[in-house]
Design a protein around this ligand. Structure first.
Ligand SMILES: Cc1cc2nc3c(=O)[nH]c(=O)nc-3n(C[C@H](O)[C@H](O)[C@H](O)COP(=O)(O)OP(=O)(O)OC[C@H]3O[C@@H](n4cnc5c(N)ncnc54)[C@H](O)[C@@H]3O)c2cc1C
Length: 463
């Protein structure tokens, strides 16, 4: 079917203001924050679940693939179509309501993450999942990727806050899920739009902690920081936030902010403890402080809220700081056991040096979630080289018993690595699950699961 024909069909069904069909309009829907994909045949801007149902049925009748899209802030190519497709962009589905008595927010897929927190605030409630992209990312995209953030170590990831989910399947049928037997909602969460389209979610809210305490510690090396974190946790501390930056990252931020960060430190750790009982919050901070000092760390405690905000400014400024070094970056996302973090950071540092690319590393150290960033200029540096280095970094994670993604997903970017991460039998089972919900492989094709005949990328195959 041609782009013009499906656009005409959808326009007839939904009205012209919900359909984008000119090439100029469609071009900007072919990418996410990291990957350029294929220009969509047509873009639908539904305003209700009924619009989504109608669009999915029309795409099915035309035999066309469907790609769900939130704010396109994804970092694995999830929302960038791999084939000519009908893109369903949820940005107009923004209805949001709070039920304070039930401590729930009900959000349509296009609600921006920050808006849930802001709507909950007047009721004395918070929505803890806090991806750094929370000012732009949507609830649909957060659930599509099961997004995390600095607060995940203590509070959990986006999926942990879902009580009920509404989704449209590949047939255009509508379903309402709760979190009981078979937990189908859990299967949809993190499935990157490959099993169904989430139209609405009821999210658990909680009360904010009354007290928060903050410290920053610098260490001679990453191993000492990781060991301090393990020691503090073993001693009974459950910090709310545990963020780390390597030397290259610290220097990039210091070049940008000039706030006196220790340039010579091998690792910088930022920690929050929080809770409703001040004594416990302070005791936990002391446990962290003691562990840091025992591992050779130099500790700076925040004396006031303003001081704490200033310390966190360093971590919040990573993105703009890196943007000054090179115009583009590949933001990798791996998870490794905390015990091997220092070895992993060293190996990735060495890979960066050998490749000639500027590589910096930071992440959520409590969960062993590391974000090695490859900074590059596409005008002067090879993008194939960037992808080869991203593959090598992923293989470091696998060699050390880690996984390919902590929170950014597999998308198209890491799809070829899945053959190295999972054995053939396991991939077969995942394909069986996919086919149970999407027998014709029309939902976000070319994402997450590699075709059975796609060769693994190891060694010479990748070169
Ligand atoms: C500067 C920056 C910082 C970031 N920081 C973090 C971070 O701290 N933690 C983190 O986890 N991520 C982070 N990300 C990545 C990204 O923001 C998250 O993955 C986010 O959840 C994507 O939301 P989105 O609305 O942009 O989704 P999109 O990018 O539009 O889509 C993401 C995936 O979800 C699918 N999808 C979208 N909507 C739906 C729907 N309604 N139903 C089914 N599937 C759907 C898409 O098909 C795609 O596969 C960051 C990105 C940037 C650019």
């Amino acid at each position: 079917m041609t782009a013009a024909k499906i656009a005409a069909d959808l326009t007839r069904l939904l009205g012209p203001h919900k359909v984008l069909s000119t090439i100029g309009e469609r071009l900007s829907y072919r990418y996410d924050a990291i990957q350029m994909g294929v220009t969509p045949l047509v873009v639908v801007l539904p305003e209700s679940t009924a619009d989504v149902v109608a669009a999915v049925k029309a795409a099915k009748a035309a035999g066309l693939p469907i790609v769900g899209r939130g704010a396109a802030s994804g970092l694995s190519g999830g929302a960038a179509p791999s084939a000519p497709a009908v893109v369903i962009s949820f940005t107009r589905m923004t209805r949001l309501s709070i039920d304070a008595a039930r401590r729930e927010a009900t959000a349509q897929a296009g609600v921006v993450t920050l808006q849930v927190s802001e709507a909950a605030k007047p009721h004395g409630l918070i929505y803890p999942p806090d991806p750094a992209s929370f000012r732009t990312s949507t609830i649909g995209g957060n659930l599509g990727e099961n997004a995390g953030g600095p607060m995940c170590f203590k509070y959990g990831v986006s999926g942990d806050y879902v009580k009920r989910l509404e989704f449209v399947d590949e047939n255009g049928d509508l379903h309402h899920l709760t979190r009981d037997a078979y937990d189908l909602a859990g299967l949809l969460i993190g499935s990157e739009g490959t099993l169904g389209l989430i139209t609405e979610a009821t999210l658990r809210l909680t009360t904010p902690p009354r007290f928060t305490r903050t410290l920053m510690s610098s260490f001679p090396d990453v191993g000492a920081a990781a060991e301090a974190v393990s020691q503090a946790i073993a001693a009974g501390a459950v910090p709310a936030k545990l963020e780390f930056m390597d030397r290259a990252c610290t220097n990039a931020v210091e070049d940008y902010l000039k706030i006196g960060l220790p340039r010579e430190a091998g690792a910088l750790l930022l920690v929050d403890t929080d809770g409703d009982d001040l004594e416990t919050v302070e005791t936990e901070l002391e446990l962290v402080e003691r562990a840091c000092m025992q591992q050779g760390g130099t500790v700076r405690r925040a004396a006031t809220d303003a001081d704490a905000a200033q310390l966190w400014r360093a971590r919040r400024s990573v993105s703009p700081a890196l943007g000054r070094i090179r115009p583009q970056r590949m933001n990798e996302d791996i998870v490794v056991p905390r015990s091997v973090l220092s070895e992993v950071v060293r190996e990735i540092e060495a890979l960066g040096l050998a490749s000639g690319f500027h590589v910096v590393q930071f992440g959520h150290i409590g969960d062993g979630n590391l974000h090695p960033n490859i900074l590059f200029d596409p005008k002067t540096e090879s993008e194939d080289g960037v992808h080869a280095l991203a593959h090598d970094i992923a293989m470091v994670a696998l060699r050390h018993g880690g996984v390919l993604s902590g929170e950014h997903g597999i998308g198209s970017m890491k799809l070829p690595f899945m053959k190295e991460a999972l054995d053939a039998g396991t991939l077969d089972v995942l394909w069986d699950v996919k086919h149970a919900l999407d027998p014709l492989e029309r939902l976000n094709p070319g994402k997450v699961l590699p075709a059975v005949d796609l060769p693994a990328l190891t060694g010479a195959a990748h070169a």
